[in-house]
Design a binder for this molecule. Structure first.
Ligand code: IPD
Length: 311
């Protein structure tokens, strides 16, 4: 019921606040005395897939709080899951998200940013029921930004500003989109530099967007900019705000996107799995299925489709 959901939402917001404080304190300890510990992270799948002590500590805290309050709920957490043998065997992840109430949490999204002290890192807490993202809380403590949403209750920035109204009103999508748009796409962690590799395709799509789209007059493309924040969940939050028009990535985990999807959808944006039609992880836009690795998100439509857009 909405009442139950509201209670879980309040719990998730408090959890996000506390976990964000933990991240900030850990960052202060790590960098405060100029003692950047180069070895204080370990590699998971490859040299860019990293996990720090902070990921583990914050995950343990979050897990203990959820277990205490909601012992019957399932949780899907990266350190725990990736540590499992199932991951290295490449087993299907279908069992991760089913109809059960499930917490899908990234204790530290943007781990590379955190390690390099680039402020785009956050805790990302998603709550899923029947494969639908119902609640999302994203707290980026260095930026002092807390995004939150609960199905039926709107999407909020720092609990005071309603997300689509944050720019009052959100401007419409540029009339000649993708000209005039800002796109975001992540590099992900696949660094195999083969012609058909993920990385190769992404770099190529960046180039095509920036250089070709709208560029037939010979003056080059008119996409305003391309961004790579290093945090998939923050990409979704900024798409919910309309700062980004479109975001896409291939290679996400459930915990990278669950909270962001809840926030984006509640703000009126759209998200789909960018999978081929015959892929079982494909889903209609209104019922995006977590468990995909490819996502495409589009921001809320904005005030009026007839205006000429941003200049
Ligand atoms: C990663 C970040 C990154 C994205 C990867 C994610 P992590 O999460 O969101 O932007 O490209 O797909 O795995 O490892 O920093 O928690």
């Amino acid at each position: 019921s909405q009442e139950e959901l509201d209670e879980i939402y309040a719990f998730a917001v408090n959890l996000g606040k506390e976990a964000g404080r933990m991240l900030l304190n850990a960052a202060k300890l790590r960098f405060g005395n100029n003692k950047r510990e180069e070895n204080a992270h370990v590699e998971k799948d490859n040299a860019v897939d990293l996990v720090t002590q902070t990921d583990e500590d914050v995950e343990a805290y979050i897990k203990s709080q959820i277990t205490l309050k909601y012992p019957s709920h399932k949780s899907v957490l990266p350190v725990e899951f990736i540590g499992e043998e199932t991951y290295s065997k490449g087993a299907s992840r279908d069992y991760l998200i089913n109809d059960d109430p499930t917490w899908c949490v990234d204790p530290l999204d943007g781990t590379v940013n955190y390690i390099h002290l680039f402020p785009m890192f956050c805790v990302s807490i998603g709550f899923i029921v029947k494969n639908k993202a119902m609640i999302g809380v994203i707290h980026a403590p260095f930026l002092n930004q807390l995004f939150s949403a609960c199905s039926g209750r709107g999407a909020w920035l720092n609990e005071t500003q309603s997300l689509p109204l944050v720019r009052n009103p959100i401007p419409p999508m540029p009339a000649k989109a993708p000209s005039g748009c800002v796109f975001s796409c992540e590099w992900g962690k696949d660094r195999r530099d083969l012609p058909d590799s993920n990385l190769h395709r992404k770099v190529e799509s960046f180039m095509n967007m920036a250089a070709e789209v709208g560029g037939r007059d010979g003056r080059g493309g008119m996409v305003h900019g391309m961004r790579c924040l290093g945090s998939a969940t923050l990409d979704l939050a900024y798409t919910a705000m309309g700062s980004f028009d479109i975001w896409w990535e291939g290679g996400c985990w459930e915990w990278d996107v669950a909270a962001g999807i809840a926030i984006l959808q509640e703000a009126g944006g759209l998200v789909t799995t960018a999978n081929p039609p015959d892929d079982p992880a494909n889903a209609p836009i209104e019922n995006v299925r977590l468990g995909s690795r490819l996502y495409l998100a589009i921001r809320p439509a904005g005030a009026s489709a007839t205006e000429s857009g941003r200049q």
